[in-house]
Each structure stands twice: as structure tokens, then as C-alpha cells.
Write a protein that binds this ligand. Structure first.
Ligand code: ATP
Ligand SMILES: O=C(O)[C@@H](O)C(=O)CO
Length: 419
């Protein structure tokens, strides 16, 4: 095993796993930390956690547990994968988890690299942009759980972590890997523990990949995965069979959308023009015990339509604000998550095999309730969203990060089936 990845949510895990596979690494994704040492034939293992917005102590504990497990498997480098929009708050988990991983590895220094230019996440002079807008001006300012109101990665990291943060800007990145590593050394000698790196195109990420070759711990989004994978090229064998194992089959399918991002709102609106769709009633979710049962029946009645039925909690910012004001942000999001968890379980018991899910937290609860232990990574539906297939049964999932994919994503995903 060469690379061990600890991902703070499920869509984030499939995102980076997809890019590792695209770049030649045979990759397995495991949901949660396995209880035993497994005999895994892969170049990389991605452990998906649900640690993005849980209490910080829990995030630290599960992340260090994942690290220990990956060390036991013989991994040589470790990657802490968080969101390309750096989803967290000032009290957020990215800083403390990074500190804990550095400490556990006995290391003093790492990088902060959320950039994913193929999906419009770029870092310029230490500021994070989403499709050309500052993070704090983007739809992320209205996120239901982790609203992002600051775009300065140095400030965010300083606020969350024990140490201090430096910056390597694009002028240095463009001078090549050696200039970057020299800059890392200088920043580390100043006593800084983390360095934010600029990156706004693929070439920056390839150069950065080379520059972080000897770092034990790397932190970032999935963009850097291609650069990192290239460092291991000489150790890699053919991985086409691994990708084959991840393909979805023609089978009963459902779309479950729990993300309120701008892109998911567009995807839901587009798909609703073609497919049977049902908007979740949050009040009923909170107050009506048999609500899930009635939605379950509706899904069963619509499973044979030309396009898979969609159940969605996805709402525009104003509607979401009103729900949160009435029922509380935490109570309503928990009720929605619990609903999707229960619905997914019932659907699986009744023969649904393919689950297309939007939203990282939502994907986490759905995957857990389906009891899937790990995935083979299949073909990419959109950058960062591969189909994945359970290692221990014939369920297939498309776990879509809130902001990923284009407007036709839900339909496109269903075009990948084979008999
Ligand atoms: N109508 C709603 N009312 C209240 N909470 C909602 C509603 N719709 C969704 N939520 C909650 O908002 C959260 C959305 O988080 P989730 O991670 O699933 O999506 P996302 O953040 O857009 O995706 P990603 O993390 O992949 O970027 C979930 O906890 C979900 O239950
Ligand atoms: O990095 C991203 O944007 C995604 O993989 C993600 O983490 C969304 O939850």
C-alpha cells in the first residue's frame, strides 16, 4: 500500500478516489475505519469518515484511528482530504485534525491545498475562489451547516489550529518544484506549521505534486491527487480491472438529494422536468411518525418510470432560512438526514440497487444505513463523481458533492448502466 487517504466526508472520499483511479492508482474506498487489518490489494486506500461537522474531539479521534489503521497497512504517505470549499467554521475541524495527524506522525509541517480548478475551485494569493467568486461571496455563504464567510485560507487555518500559517504564492509555484520546496523549508524554519499554496490551474497542481513527494502528511481537496499519483508511477501496475469492478448495472434506481447548494438546486429543477419527484416536507419529517412510510410507498409506485424517482430536501436559500428559523438549523438538518437514512434502508430491503445521492452529509448517512463497508471505484460521471460499487454486495452508488456535476447530472448518471 502506497497512499492512505483520510476523507472527512463520503462524497469527498469518492471524489479523491475517482481522481486516484483516473491517474493510475488501484484504489479501494472503505467506509469508516475497519475493525481489523484487511488483506487489500490496492495502491491507495481512502477511508471515508463523517468528521466534517461532528464535534471536534470526535473528528480528531476517528481521524487518528484511521491514520493508525493506514499505518498498519504499510502506507507510506498520508493525505487528509477535506472539501475544495474548505467547509468548516472558525471553530471547524480542519485545523485540529491536521494538528492531531501531524502530532501522531511526529511531523512538523504540511500544506493546505483545497484547489480543484477542473471544478472552479482556485487559490490565488491565499484566497479561495469558487467559479471566479470569492468563497465568501459564493453560494457557500448560505451553507446549512458550514456557512463560509471568510475566503482567506491563512486566516481560517490560523483561527482553527494550534500553529501559524505561511503562504507560497503562484509566482513561486510557477518557478517549479525546487523553488517550492525551498520556500517550504524557509517557512518551516520561521516556525510555521502549515503553508497555504496557490493553485489555479492543473499545471500548478502537477508541480505541487512533485514538491510534496517527501512530505509524510499532505492536506487538501482532491485536485492534488493527480500530482501525487504521478509520484508513484513506477510502483503502479495495470488498474483497468479495478475500474471495471466499479461499473453500475441496470437496476432499480432512486435519486435522493439532501444538498441545498446552488448546483444541486439547478440539478433538481432540471431533473424534475422529466422524472417523478417529491419534495420533502421538513415539518412532517419532524412531527409525523409515518411520514417516511408514505414517501417510501410513493417511491415504490414510481420505480418503473423512464427516469428514476427523486426525493429531495433541496431548497433555495430563502426557503431553507425559513425552515431553520422555525425548527432550528440542527434539528431540521438532523431530521432530514434521519429521514434519508431510513428511506434508503427501506428501499434497499425492497430491491433498489442503485442510489444516486446529492450532498456529502446525506451521502454519509445513506451509505451507513445501507451497511456498505467499502467500494470499488468505477467510471467518473462528472469530474470528482465516480460511480462506486459495494465490495460486499451489488449496490451501486453515485455520491455527488453538493456543488459538483452539471445541470443534467442525475440523468447523465443513469446513462452509465450496463446489463
Ligand atoms: N430543507 C432542508 N431543511 C433543513 N436542512 C436541510 C434541508 N435540506 C438539506 N438539509 C440539510 O443540509 C445539510 C446538507 O449537507 P450535505 O453535506 O448533504 O450537502 P452539501 O453540503 O451541499 O454537500 P457537500 O458536503 O458534498 O458539499 C444536511 O445536513 C441536510 O440534512
Ligand atoms: O472537495 C470537494 O469539493 C468535495 O469532494 C467534497 O468534499 C464535498 O463534500
Amino acid at each position: 500500500m502506497l497512499l492512505g487517504v483520510i476523507a472527512d466526508d463520503f462524497t469527498g472520499a469518492t471524489d479523491i478516489a475517482g481522481f486516484l483511479v483516473e491517474n493510475g492508482m488501484r484504489t479501494i474506498q472503505l467506509n469508516g475505519v475497519p475493525e481489523t487489518k484487511l488483506d487489500i490489494d490496492a495502491d491507495a486506500v481512502v477511508i471515508s469518515l463523517k468528521s466534517r461537522s461532528c464535534p471536534v474531539n470526535e473528528a480528531i479521534e476517528t481521524s487518528v484511528e484511521a491514520l493508525n489503521w493506514l499505518q498498519q497497512q504499510g502506507c507510506q504517505q498520508f493525505y487528509f482530504k477535506y472539501c475544495s470549499t474548505f467547509d468548516s467554521t472558525r471553530e471547524g475541524n480542519i485545523g485540529p485534525v491536521t494538528d492531531a495527524l501531524l502530532e501522531a506522525l511526529n511531523e512538523e509541517f504540511t500544506i493546505v491545498c483545497p484547489a480543484l480548478p477542473v471544478n472552479g475551485r482556485t487559490v490565488f494569493n491565499g484566497h479561495l475562489f469558487v467559479l471566479g467568486e470569492l468563497l465568501s461571496d459564493s453560494g457557500m455563504r448560505n451553507h446549512p451547516v458550514t456557512p463560509m464567510t471568510d475566503s482567506s485560507l491563512v486566516r481560517l487555518m490560523d483561527a482553527q489550529s494550534k500553529g501559524t500559517t505561511g503562504l507560497v504564492n503562484y509566482q513561486t509555484i510557477e518557478q517549479g518544484a525546487q523553488a517550492i520546496t525551498e520556500c517550504f523549508s524557509a517557512i518551516s524554519q520561521e516556525g510555521k506549521r502549515y503553508v497555504v499554496v496557490d493553485a489555479f490551474n492543473q499545471s500548478h497542481l502537477e508541480t505541487l505534486g512533485e514538491a510534496v513527494k517527501t512530505l509524510k502528511l499532505v492536506t487538501g481537496g482532491s485536485g492534488l491527487a493527480s500530482g501525487i499519483a504521478k509520484n508513484w508511477t513506477e510502483h503502479l501496475s495495470d488498474q483497468s480491472s479495478a475500474k471495471e469492478a466499479g461499473k453500475p448495472q441496470q437496476a432499480k434506481t432512486v435519486v435522493l438529494s439532501g444538498s441545498c447548494s446552488i448546483m444541486t438546486n439547478q440539478q433538481v429543477a432540471t431533473y424534475a422536468q422529466k422524472a417523478p419527484h417529491l419534495a420533502l416536507d421538513v415539518k412532517a419529517c419532524l412531527e409525523q411518525q409515518d411520514y417516511c412510510e408514505s414517501v417510501f410507498k410513493w417511491v415504490l409506485e414510481n420505480l418503473d418510470a423512464d427516469f428514476a424517482p427523486m426525493v429531495y430536501a433541496t431548497a433555495e436559500p430563502e426557503v431553507l432560512k425559513a425552515i431553520q428559523a422555525q425548527y432550528g438549523a440542527q434539528a431540521s438538518s438532523q431530521a432530514v438526514e434521519q429521514f434519508f437514512s431510513q428511506l434508503a434502508h427501506q428501499l434497499k430491503e425492497n430491491g433498489v440497487k442503485n442510489f444516486i445521492v446529492a450532498g456529502g452529509e446525506t451521502s454519509g448517512v445513506v451509505t451507513q444505513s445501507l451497511g456498505v463497508k467499502g467500494f470499488h471505484i468505477g467510471p467518473q460521471i462528472a469530474p470528482g463523481v465516480p460511480w462506486v460499487k459495494a465490495v460486499d454486495n451489488n449496490l451501486s452508488l453515485a455520491l455527488k458533492s453538493g456543488n459538483f456535476g452539471d445541470a443534467n447530472f442525475f440523468e447523465t448518471a443513469q446513462g452509465f448502466y450496463h446489463d
